[in-house]
Design a protein around this ligand. Structure first.
Ligand code: NAP
Ligand code: MG
Length: 453
């Protein structure tokens, strides 16, 4: 059994059976068996089932939100937003079965047409930070395209995925189309990567594990999409509305206690604005409510585990230049206060590595060119923001920053209908929007010779 710990209390909140290689193999066999009928189902019927699943998840939104809030240690208000997005994602992709079309292409002597074919069985491997939301980003487009799936949630947060499977079966999804195998990544995840009957792996997690998945997938030439780490920049120019930027900046790092691949954890501030920006930042951070995830007023919860808290703490040694430190409850619970290190250089370890905790660094810069150089001086390229009152500058920056997702005068990174994913070592492929649907298909080209007549 896996003991599931509630990070705000350090208590066991559930025990779930731990899958091993045999269970993964059984799940893949079930998925393989179910896929041909799922694929053959009339598109409108598949769409209707996906809408029923969305309805059923929506009906249980409050219970699922509380479960996710407790298991992942996230504020209940955020958890509701995340489960709401999972519902929206199933609705968005419910249109997929009827919209996924091919082309006809003019050629000599015949008719040429393309089809978007499902891949077969897809292995989905997800992290603990946004468990149900990220699962929905993969499950929904994969199913819409006519695949069946085996989902391996993170062992720390398996509960919402198990609920998703139950709700899907109750909503009428045929058995074997969606299978969940809670178990360790090094066993269950790796088996999915190696399994000859799994056509593709869609993974979200660390860049380190992403590398090992890419290597493992090479053996069977599996398709792979990867959503990996980030070290994104929040670029604040002196001509920005500094109060607005400073009120938003903390939530670009401390939302989900910094356990967010999109965290804008490098705050680059134009030198003349540093003093005013820091003063505003301090005001916002000192008012932040850190505590019980189930309290409606809470803005930040605990970290996911004691191990992870140790890792985060290693980025704030005794001699670190702590400029701002917010509050955090005393134990039990894996608490860590919102922390801002300033001034920092982009070469410091805390500016180079993904911390995945509530620790931001402030790096001063002089002028647009240096801002671009600093923003791009990282192995990652996932998200980012630019704050400026100059529209032309905003667009110059948007073109120059090497990143998959950028927002101007905003922290917003994900919307169901727009592509999300990384440049450089932040990943391969895109989730959400129309792009994701195509990533769960293979293009088939058919030529039909029609002769002279
Ligand atoms: P992780 O350690 O990479 O784990 C992610 C998933 O991979 C878990 O289900 C894990 O299983 C599994 N796994 C571990 N080793 C494996 C192996 N050898 N083969 C196959 N699967 C394996 O990431 P995490 O600690 O859960 O999450 C934090 C990371 O995710 C951060 O780097 C963050 O940036 C990234 N992330 C990226 C995005 C994005 O969209 N780009 C979104 C969220 C998070 P177990 O944990 O159960 O062992
Ligand atoms: Mg991990």
């Amino acid at each position: 059994m896996i003991e599931v710990i509630e990070p705000a209390t350090e208590q066991v909140m559930a025990e779930v059976p731990e899958a091993g290689i045999d269970e993964v193999d059984a799940a893949v066999a079930a998925a393989k068996k179910a896929q041909p009928a799922w694929r053959a189902m009339a598109p409108a019927d598949r769409a209707a089932l996906m809408h029923r699943l969305a309805d059923a998840l929506g009906d249980e939104l409050e219970a699922l939100s509380r479960l996710e809030a407790r298991n992942a240690g996230k504020p209940i208000a955020n958890a509701r937003g995340e489960i709401g997005m999972a519902v929206e994602t199933f609705r968005y992709y419910a249109a997929g079965p009827e919209r996924l079309t091919g082309k006809t292409i003019p050629v000599a002597g015949g008719i040429d047409m393309t089809f978007r074919e499902p891949l077969g069985v897809i292995g989905l491997i997800t992290p603990w930070n946004f468990p149900m939301t990220i699962a929905s980003w993969k499950v929904a487009p994969a199913l819409a395209a006519g695949n069946s799936v085996v989902l391996k949630p993170a062992a720390l947060t398996p509960l919402s995925a198990i609920e998703m499977e139950r709700i899907a079966l109750e909503a009428g999804l045929p058995e074997g189309v969606l299978n969940v195998v809670p178990g360790p990544g090094s066993v269950c995840g790796q088996r999915l990567v190696e399994h000859p009957d799994v056509a593709k792996i869609a993974f979200t997690g660390s860049t380190e594990v992403g590398r090992s998945i890419a290597r493992g997938a090479a053996e069977t030439i599996k398709r792979v999409t990867l959503e990996l780490g980030g070290k994104s920049a929040n670029v604040v120019f002196a001509d920005a509305d500094l109060a607005e930027a400073a009120a938003a900046a903390p939530f670009a790092v401390f939302d989900n206690a910094g356990q967010d691949c999109c965290a804008r954890s490098r705050i680059l501030v134009e030198r003349p604005a540093v003093e005013e920006f820091m003063a505003e930042l301090e005001k916002t951070i000192s008012a932040m409510r850190v505590g019980d995830p189930l309290d409606e007023a809470t803005q930040m919860g605990p970290l996911i585990s004691a191990d992870h808290r140790d890792t985060v703490a290693s980025f704030v040694p005794e001699d670190a230049p702590v400029a701002i430190r917010g509050s955090a409850p005393d134990g039990p619970g894996y608490w860590f206060p919102p922390t801002v290190l300033s001034p920092m250089s982009n070469d410091d370890r805390a500016a180079r590595e993904e911390i995945f905790g509530p620790v931001a660094v402030v790096i001063p810069f002089d002028g647009e060119q240096e801002a671009v150089e600093l923003a791009n001086d990282t192995i990652y390229g996932l998200s980012g923001s630019v704050w400026t009152g100059d529209g032309s500058r905003a667009l110059r920056m948007a073109r120059a920053i090497e990143t998959g997702v950028l927002s101007i005068n905003s922290n917003s990174s994900v919307r169901v209908s727009t592509p999300f994913g990384g440049f450089k070592q932040s990943g391969v492929g895109r989730e959400l929007g129309p792009d994701a649907l195509e990533h769960y298909t293979e293009v088939k080209n058919v030529y039909y010779a029609v002769g002279e007549g």
